[in-house]
Unconditional design. Structure first.
Length: 145
């Protein structure tokens, strides 16, 4: 088993940072989405609270994994944490606001009868926007060596 882990580790070190970012992103996105949908549907919390808490939890996981694994950053911890928080908040606000506008103003008239609610659709679309914006922010602002 350890030879498989070592082979995977060697391979992943040779991949570009976007592939590693996507792997880390899958982990923190699953955690974040689980929390978002649990809060939204299970505890009937509002859209903004659900997305903020879920995204914040995923962001914490993301920071540590991306710092060590994805970007192997040597940027000073205090500086990178502040830049990370600002980047995450900007990406969060832009992504989920844009997806909310798209779903409630454009798609709501186009995709009626879909199995997901408008808020659930907005969460999924926002997650896509967030992934792209967040990668660019982390690579070129937060963990830039």
């Amino acid at each position: 088993m350890s030879s498989i882990v070592q082979a995977l580790e060697i391979y992943l070190k040779r991949t570009n940072s976007f592939i590693r970012f996507l792997l880390v992103g899958m982990i923190n996105t699953l955690i974040g989405l689980f929390i978002m949908f649990t809060l939204l549907n299970g505890f009937h919390q509002p859209y903004w609270l659900s997305t903020f808490i879920g995204n914040g939890t995923g962001a914490c996981v993301s920071y540590f994994l991306n710092r060590v694994f994805t970007f192997q950053s040597r940027v000073e911890l205090n500086k990178s944490v502040i830049l990370f928080i600002v980047t995450i908040l900007v990406c969060y606000y832009l992504s989920y606001s844009l997806s909310h506008l798209i779903v409630f103003n454009l798609l709501s008239t186009m995709i009626k009868g879909f199995y997901l609610s408008d808020e659930e659709q907005a969460i999924l679309i926002g997650t896509g926007f967030y992934t792209i914006m967040n990668y660019l922010g982390q690579k070129y602002i937060v963990f830039k060596n």
